[in-house]
Design a protein around this ligand. Structure first.
Ligand SMILES: *Cc1c(COP(=O)(O)O)cnc(C)c1O
Length: 398
C-alpha cells in the first residue's frame, strides 16, 4: 500500500498534509524516496535549528542512548541541571527551569505558575490570564483557550477552563486588566499569527506597567527562542525582563523538549507539577549541545551572516514579485512575505514543493520562512531560485 493510503488508514485526520516521503536529510536539503531534492525553508516548523543529520547532534545522541536515556525526575539528572544552567546563562535572567516535552506543555507550566502566584500572593483573587489576538500558545484545552483565535475555541471541545481572554492589541490590554488579572501572556513575534513583531517601545511600556502592578509577564518563546530571531531569546532583543518564559521548538534540534523558566523560584513545591519524560538524559544532553553550537555560531558572526544573506535574498524575491508580495516582515531567521492575494497561499506552497523548496504558511496570508539556522549560502540561493521558478510558473499558468 502507498504511504498515503496507509497514512489515511492508520493516522487520525488532524493535518492537511502533503504525502511526500522524505527519506534522507542533510543540513537544509531533504530527499524523497525518488531522491528528488528539496531545500527546506521550514526546518520542521522551526525545530531542526541545526539542520537535518547534523554530525555533532547525531554523535551526542548516539553516545547518550548507548548509556542512559531516561531515569525519571525522582532523581537529579545532571544533563538537565547543566542545560538549565546554560539556558539561564545565555538568557541572562536569574531564573530556574522546569523541563517538559513540548511548547504547549511548557505553556501549561507557565499558566500553573501564574495561577499559583495569584493563589499565594492574592489569596486566589487574581487568576485571569490575558493574551493577544492571533497568538498561538498550543493545542491542549487550556493553551487552546489561551490562544487568541476564535476559530481555535471550537465548541466541539467545550467547556474550556475559565480565566482566559484575549485583546486585539497591546493598547487594549490596559483597559482589560482588572483586580482578577494575574498575568499577560504573549509572543514577541507572533509565529502562527502572521510573523508579526510587536514594537519594542510598546512591549517595554507594557512590561513596566505590569511590573508596577505585580502582574506577571509571560513571554511565549516557543518559536522565537534559541537564536531564531537573532539573540538567544527575543526577550533579550526587546530588552525586557519577563517573569516567566517558555521555550521549545528549536531547543532540541529535533528531539522533543519544552522548558518553562521563571524568576519566581519558590512558587512550585513538590507535587505541584511534574512530567514523566520531561528533562530526561537524552533531550537535555541534546539541548545542551544545541545551545553550545548555536552560541558559537552566533559568536563567530556566521549566524548574522546567514541571516543577512537570507534577508537579502528574501527582499530580492519580494521585489522581483511585487505584484504578489507586500513588504517582508519578521526578525532574524523568522521571516514572512505577506501576500496581496491570500488565495494564492496554498498554490504557492504546493508549486514551490513541486519545484523542490519547502515553505510554510502563517496566518491567512503570510508565506513563512523558518530555515535551519545553519543553512548554507548555496542552499539559500538554490531555494530562492526554485521559489522564483514556482512564482513564475504560477503567473504563467494564470
Ligand atoms: C508551536 C508553538 C506552540 C506549541 O508548541 P507544541 O510543541 O506544538 O505544543 C506554542 N506557542 C508557540 C508560540 C508556538 O509557535
Amino acid at each position: 500500500m502507498s504511504l498515503e493510503k496507509l497514512d489515511r488508514k492508520y493516522i487520525l485526520n488532524t493535518y492537511d498534509k502533503k504525502y511526500v516521503n522524505f527519506i534522507k536529510g542533510k543540513n537544509s536539503t531533504l530527499y524523497d524516496e525518488t531522491m528528488k531534492e528539496y531545500i527546506d525553508f521550514g526546518s520542521g516548523i522551526g525545530v531542526v535549528s541545526l539542520g537535518h543529520g547534523n554530525k555533532d547532534i547525531t554523535e551526542i545522541i548516539h553516545k547518550q542512548v548507548e548509556n542512559i536515556t531516561h531515569i525519571s525526575n525522582l532523581f537529579s539528572i545532571e544533563p538537565q541541571v547543566k542545560l538549565a544552567e546554560k539556558i539561564v546563562e545565555l538568557s541572562g535572567y536569574n531564573m530556574s527551569c522546569f523541563f517538559a516535552n513540548s511548547g504547549a506543555e511548557a505553556n501549561e507550566g507557565a499558566i500553573k505558575i501564574a495561577r499559583k502566584y495569584g493563589q499565594k500572593n492574592y489569596n486566589g483573587r487574581r487568576f485571569k490570564v490575558l493574551t493577544l489576538e492571533n497568538s498561538f500558545h498550543g493545542r491542549t484545552i487550556a493553551t487552546a483557550k489561551a490562544t487568541g483565535q476564535k476559530k481555535v475555541h471550537k465548541k466541539d471541545f467545550a467547556p474550556y477552563p475559565d480565566g482566559f481572554s484575549f485583546d486585539s492589541n497591546i493598547d487594549k490590554i490596559y483597559s482589560s486588566i482588572d483586580e482578577e488579572t494575574v498575568a499577560v501572556m504573549m509572543e514577541l513575534v507572533q509565529g502562527e499569527g502572521g510573523i508579526y513583531p510587536f514594537e519594542i517601545e510598546e512591549v517595554q511600556k507594557l512590561a513596566k506597567y505590569l511590573k508596577q502592578r505585580n502582574i506577571l509577564l509571560i513571554i511565549d518563546e516557543v518559536q522565537t527562542g534559541v537564536y531564531r530571531t537573532g539573540d538567544f531569546l527575543a526577550s533579550n532583543y526587546y530588552e525586557i525582563e519577563p517573569d516567566i518564559i517558555t521555550i521549545a521548538k528549536g531547543l532540541g534540534g529535533g528531539i522533543s523538549i519544552g522548558v518553562v523558566m521563571t524568576k519566581h523560584k519558590d512558587i512550585f513545591q513538590p507535587g505541584d507539577h511534574g512530567s514523566t519524560f520531561g528533562g530526561n538524559y537524552l533531550s537535555c544532553t541534546v539541548g545542551l549541545k544545541v545551545c553550545e553550537l548555536l552560541e558559537e555560531h552566533k559568536k563567530s558572526g556566521s549566524l548574522n551572516q546567514i541571516r543577512d544573506y537570507f534577508s537579502y535574498s528574501l527582499l530580492k524575491i519580494s521585489m522581483d514579485h511585487d505584484d504578489i508580495f507586500n513588504q517582508m516582515v519578521g526578525l532574524g531567521l523568522m521571516k514572512g512575505l505577506p501576500l496581496k492575494d491570500k488565495f494564492l497561499l496554498p498554490k504557492i506552497i504546493n508549486v514551490a514543493l513541486e519545484e523542490g523548496v519547502i515553505v510554510l504558511r502563517s496566518g491567512r496570508n503570510i508565506l513563512r520562512f523558518l530555515p535551519p539556522l545553519t543553512i548554507s549560502r548555496e542552499e539559500i540561493s538554490e531555494g530562492f531560485k526554485r521559489l522564483d521558478k514556482a512564482l513564475k510558473r504560477i503567473k504563467n499558468e494564470g
